[in-house]
Design a protein around this ligand. Structure first.
Ligand code: NAD
Length: 264
C-alpha cells in the first residue's frame, strides 16, 4: 500500500537537491506533485521528464517571495491536479554571509525576511484549500543552524524563526485537522554546496568527523523523513522539530571525552 495515495503535494525548491529527492519519494508513494521553484527552465524540464514517465506532476514556477505570483502559479497547477493536501516548504533564499562581521544590514534583512516570509507565503497560498478539505500536512525544512551556532547568522536566525512559525501553524491549524512539523537537516550533499566545494574540494569530507554516524546526509535521507511526516503514519505528530542530522545535535563527543578524561 502506497502511503500517500490520492494526495496532491506542493514542493518548493522542487528542483534543488532535497526538493528533487522529496518529489521522487512522493511520486513513488502515489502522490501527485506540484513542483515549484524560482528556476522556471529547470521546473519545465523536470515536469516534462516526469510526465513522459507517466507521473502526475504540474509546474508552479515562481519565487516564494512574491506572494501574488506564487499563489497564481500554484492555483494554475491545482487546476490540473486538484487542491493541495501536503506542502513542503523547502526553498531557501540567499543566506551566505558566514559571520556577523561579514553580514550587512541589507543582507541580514533580506535573508531573514525572505526566508521567513517565503515560508509564510508558501503555506498561506494553500491553507484555505486544506481547511476546506479538513486535512493537511505541512512540512517545513529548517536546519541545525536554527538549533545551535554553526555560522551563517542571518540564515540561522531565519531557520530558528521557522521553528516558531511551524509551532504556530500546528497550534492554529490543528482544529482543521492540519499538522505542521519542521525537519532540521545537518549537512546534506546538494548543489547548495557547489560554491564551497569549488573553493575547497574536500570541504564535506572535513565535516564528517563531527557526525556521530560518520557521514553527511544524502538528499534521500531527508526525503524519507519528509515522507514520514507527510503521511498518516505521523497522524498524531504536530508541532515537532525533528533533527535529521546523523546525531550531530545529540552532543559533542570530543568535549565529553575531555570532561571525563576518557581519551581514545
Ligand atoms: N544542503 C545542506 O547542507 C542543508 C543543510 C540544512 C538545511 N538545508 C535546507 O534544505 C533545503 C533545501 O536545500 P538544498 O540543499 O536542496 O539546496 P539547493 O540549492 O539544492 O535547492 C534550493 C532550491 O531553492 C530554490 N530557490 C531559491 N530561491 C528561491 C525562491 N525565491 N523561490 C523559490 N525557490 C527558490 C533554488 O532554485 C533551488 O532549486 C533548504 O531549506 C536548506 O536551507 C540544507
Amino acid at each position: 500500500m502506497k502511503r500517500l495515495e490520492g494526495r496532491v503535494a506542493l514542493v518548493t525548491g522542487g528542483v534543488g537537491g532535497v526538493g528533487a529527492a522529496v518529489v521522487k519519494d512522493f511520486l513513488a508513494e502515489g502522490t501527485a506533485v506540484i513542483i515549484s521553484d524560482i528556476r522556471a527552465d529547470k521546473v519545465d524540464e523536470a515536469v516534462a521528464g516526469l510526465k513522459a514517465e507517466g507521473h502526475a506532476v504540474a509546474a508552479a514556477a515562481a519565487s516564494i517571495t512574491d506572494y501574488d505570483a506564487f499563489k497564481s502559479a500554484v492555483e494554475a497547477a491545482t487546476g490540473e491536479l486538484g487542491p493541495v493536501d501536503i506542502v513542503v516548504a523547502n526553498a531557501f533564499v540567499g543566506g551566505t554571509s558566514p559571520t556577523l562581521d561579514k553580514t550587512t544590514p541589507e543582507s541580514f534583512r533580506q535573508d531573514v525576511a525572505d526566508n521567513l516570509a517565503g515560508t509564510f507565503n508558501t503555506v498561506r497560498a494553500v491553507i484555505d484549500g486544506m481547511k476546506a478539505a479538513r486535512r493537511g500536512a505541512i512540512v517545513v525544512i529548517g536546519s541545525v543552524n536554527g538549533l545551535t551556532t554553526l555560522g551563517q547568522p542571518a540564515y540561522s536566525a531565519a531557520k530558528a524563526g521557522l521553528e516558531s512559525l511551524t509551532r504556530t501553524m500546528a497550534t492554529e491549524y490543528g482544529e482543521h485537522n492540519i499538522r505542521a512539523n519542521i525537519i532540521c537537516p545537518g549537512t546534506v550533499q546538494t548543489p547548495a554546496w557547489d560554491a564551497r566545494i569549488a573553493q575547497k574540494p574536500d570541504v564535506l569530507d572535513g565535516l564528517t568527523k563531527w557526525y556521530p554516524l560518520g557521514r553527511v546526509a544524502t538528499p534521500g535521507d531527508i526525503a524519507k523523513a519528509v515522507t514520514f511526516l507527510a503521511s498518516d503514519d505521523a497522524g498524531f505528530i504536530s508541532g515537532v522539530t525533528l533533527p535529521v542530522d546523523g546525531g550531530l545535535m545529540a552532543g559533542n563527543l570530543q568535549m565529553a571525552r575531555e570532561l571525563t578524561l576518557e581519551d581514545r
